[in-house]
Ligand binder design. Structure first.
Ligand code: NAP
Length: 161
């Protein structure tokens, strides 16, 4: 099973606001996220799920929280209490690939576990408190880049792959 981390990152590293909002709305970027993740499982932090407000259609939505009393009013959402548990669940369901979709806390813990990063590097700075964690550039190599009006999609795999 391939673990893919997907994110959109402003030029200054910002990925979101601490109140959960995304500082931008780029239809083309959202479409890219949708096309890339459709049919797979998505692992996300509790705060990111709450900022989405509802599960994303056509994908298995998995939330991680440390709160054993956490519940949501949607039947089709899975809740786990650690990132490892959520990944193990996906392995048991024989997913070919799964996506770690944020936010900041989950990316930080997810990077060491990821086989691939699909990052939309936005061409502008954004205001926000939540930043994408620093990655060690020697761990990763670029395998493709796709240019769009407001962003560039860069795929990275492990340097030793
Ligand atoms: N630009 C992008 O691509 C992108 C993508 C996704 C999200 N975002 C943005 O990112 C921001 C949210 O990021 P964030 O860092 O504040 O929060 P987050 O990573 O979405 O969620 C953090 C929460 O996840 C749970 N958690 C973290 N580590 C865990 C672990 N090891 N085991 C179990 N549960 C764990 C905890 O939930 P409990 O507190 O319930 O225990 C924690 O409070 C928002 O602004 C959102 O819009 C941006």
């Amino acid at each position: 099973m391939r673990i893919i981390l997907i994110s959109a990152i402003a030029k200054n590293g910002v990925i979101g606001r601490k109140n959960g909002e995304m500082p931008w709305h780029i239809k083309e970027e959202f479409q890219h996220f949708k096309n890339t993740t459709m049919g797979s499982a998505l692992i996300m932090g509790r705060k990111s799920f709450e900022s989405l407000g509802k599960p994303l259609k056509g994908r298995e939505n998995i939330i991680v929280t440390r709160n054993y009393n956490y519940s949501v009013s949607f039947d089709d959402v899975k809740i786990f209490y650690s990132l490892d548990e959520s990944i193990e669940y996906c392995e048991n369901k024989n997913y070919e690939k799964i996506f770690i979709i944020g936010g900041g806390e989950i990316y930080k813990q997810g990077i060491p576990k990821a086989d691939e990063l699909i990052l939309s590097h936005l061409k502008f700075d954004a205001e926000g408190e939540i930043k994408f964690p620093k990655i060690n550039s020697s761990d990763w190599k670029v395998v493709s880049t796709e240019e769009r009006d407001q962003f560039e999609i860069v795929k990275y795999v492990r340097s030793d792959e």
